[in-house]
Ligand binder design. Sequence first.
Ligand SMILES: Cc1cc2nc3c(=O)[nH]c(=O)nc-3n(C[C@H](O)[C@H](O)[C@H](O)COP(=O)(O)OP(=O)(O)OC[C@H]3O[C@@H](n4cnc5c(N)ncnc54)[C@H](O)[C@@H]3O)c2cc1C
Length: 414
Amino acid sequence: MKVAVVGGGLAGLAVALGCEEDGHDVTLFEASSELGGRMKTLQEANHPLDVGFHVLHTAYSTVKRWIDLDALQSKPMDACTMTIAPSSGRRRLLGDALRNPRYLLSTLKSVGISDGLRFLRWRMSTSARDLERSMDAPTATIAEGLGQRNFRASTQRVLQPLFAGITLDPTLSERIGFADFTWGAMSHGKMVMPRDGIAAVPNQLAARLRSTEVRLNTSVEGVTASSVVVNGHPETFDRVVLAVPQHVAGRMLPDSLGEHQPVERLTTTVVFVAPTAPFPQARLLLNEEWGEEGQHVLHVHLPTNLHPHPDGHHWVVATLVGEDAENVDVESVSAELTNWFGPSVSQWSHLTTTTVRHALPHINPAHHARALPNLEVNGVLLAGDHRTHPSVQGTLRSAERVLEHLSIPLPRRA
Ligand SMILES: Cc1cc2nc3c(=O)[nH]c(=O)nc-3n(C[C@H](O)[C@H](O)[C@H](O)COP(=O)(O)OP(=O)(O)OC[C@H]3O[C@@H](n4cnc5c(N)ncnc54)[C@H](O)[C@@H]3O)c2cc1C
């Protein structure tokens, strides 16, 4: 069978690999100059820097099926989150005490016994075997759902930025079932960062392609069930798989969107080089006052605390989302962080600023199933996170669904 795969992100790569290993003749079209899509890592000052805060969850069932974790030389983030209230300088620590008992006292001190028990119940309600089952029933949005769960206001001030960061959506309009899925992933596995950055994940699949013809810098203009149009010329295939982001799929195949209209999910990271690390751990520092007047930075992390820079540089990465992520002014971010870390911020230098537009798809919160029902639209097969849910698990599941539909076995892990 002659298969065209349009889009060389994680979904397209997985579909191409599955088809190739089953003996099909695959052409992979990628608009940009490299494969990997949104799992992107830059080389800055001789060290990998992810575009946007991105971790790999080892609890994802698809990661176990597709990715050789050992080869990534990953290191885990701490199983906890720190928070800061910049106006007072107060910090709190919330950790998974079942994973590491030394987090118990600090977490109870941070959230109190009643919310500590709520966290425990939340964890127990997730299933390590089937993380996605939380999306199989109608749920409220994250904003509504967090309210219904009766957390104290001070705990909400931690959960809101946490989920705004995970969904890259300040309005928290994703399904709370998706929040439950991520909570389960955090509870039942580790959050790791590959030594060479998050792009090492799609790169691992790309490196396994042998016979697939990869056409980089080739923007596809249109697709039908049996053709792909490039530079105005249609090319014929037996099957066409569209594995582009939601807003592009909507342009090429408007019927694919249905009730799930793309909404801009924007994130910007501002990266500074600091002579000393403002904190030594590999964890997120969340802003409890995010959203209040003058509080734009959502969280800060230091990737060099996990994978040290060879020259001993410390990278401080500040993340902003939504409107705050538009036209970010480095000076104001630096001034804001001075309230967090004190005058030493004046010794930091700006390394780079990255912005991701259309960072994640928008799934109508009224939708309640782990995958969208229409896998095939006008004869074109659809893959990508917008067919399932906005995560690596959702992305790889979308690719698996396409392969299952074509009766193609999943490739054996390398
Ligand atoms: C900043 C950020 C942080 C994230 N953090 C996490 C996380 O911590 N954990 C997690 O599980 N998930 C996370 N995600 C989500 C995860 O990265 C995505 O769900 C996943 O990468 C989507 O892969 P995809 O193949 O569906 O799409 P993409 O990666 O977008 O791939 C689509 C490809 O199609 C190409 N393309 C577009 N138009 C055309 C065209 N006309 N012709 C040819 N090619 C085209 C694009 O260039 C791209 O390479 C994050 C995403 C972002 C952006």
